[in-house]
Design a protein around this ligand. Structure first.
Ligand code: DGP
Length: 114
């Protein structure tokens, strides 16, 4: 299902332009408009799911995780390392209510996160 008011649904449908780095029947990966690292890609399901806490389909969550790893590997960060983040809800700072995995690479990341 698509939410006509959702910016990420519009990106997945091609109605809003973005720099897509990978897409298939289930997932779309595109560059974040406000990059926080040399590589910053968002991996989303085509289906509108508000956040990780709303996800019910293990296969789809697995596809998102594998796509995130593929994006990092294809960008050359498989060995150096990368971070995958899914902000869920207000305390985590989720600003777009369509499930997305951030894929960040190209610099060291602090732990614990801020
Ligand atoms: P979060 O705060 O975890 O919900 O991350 C949302 C990310 O989405 C944030 O890093 C900026 C990015 N973003 C928001 N709107 C757009 C857009 O229209 N295009 C692209 N490429 N990224 C967007």
């Amino acid at each position: 299902m698509r939410d006509p008011n959702c910016i990420f649904c519009k990106i997945a449908a091609g109605d809003v332009s973005s720099e897509i780095v990978h897409q298939d029947d289930d997932v779309v990966a595109f560059k974040d408009a406000n990059p926080r690292a040399p590589l910053h890609v968002l991996v989303i399901p085509r289906e509108h799911i508000a956040s990780l806490v709303e996800a019910r389909e293990p296969r789809l969550v697995g596809l998102l995780a594998l796509a995130a790893a593929r994006v990092a590997r294809d960008a050359g960060y498989g060995r150096q390392g990368f971070r995958v983040v899914a902000n869920s809800g207000p305390d985590a700072g989720q600003s777009v209510p369509h499930l997305h995995f951030h894929v960040l690479a190209g610099r060291p990341f602090a732990w614990p996160p801020g």
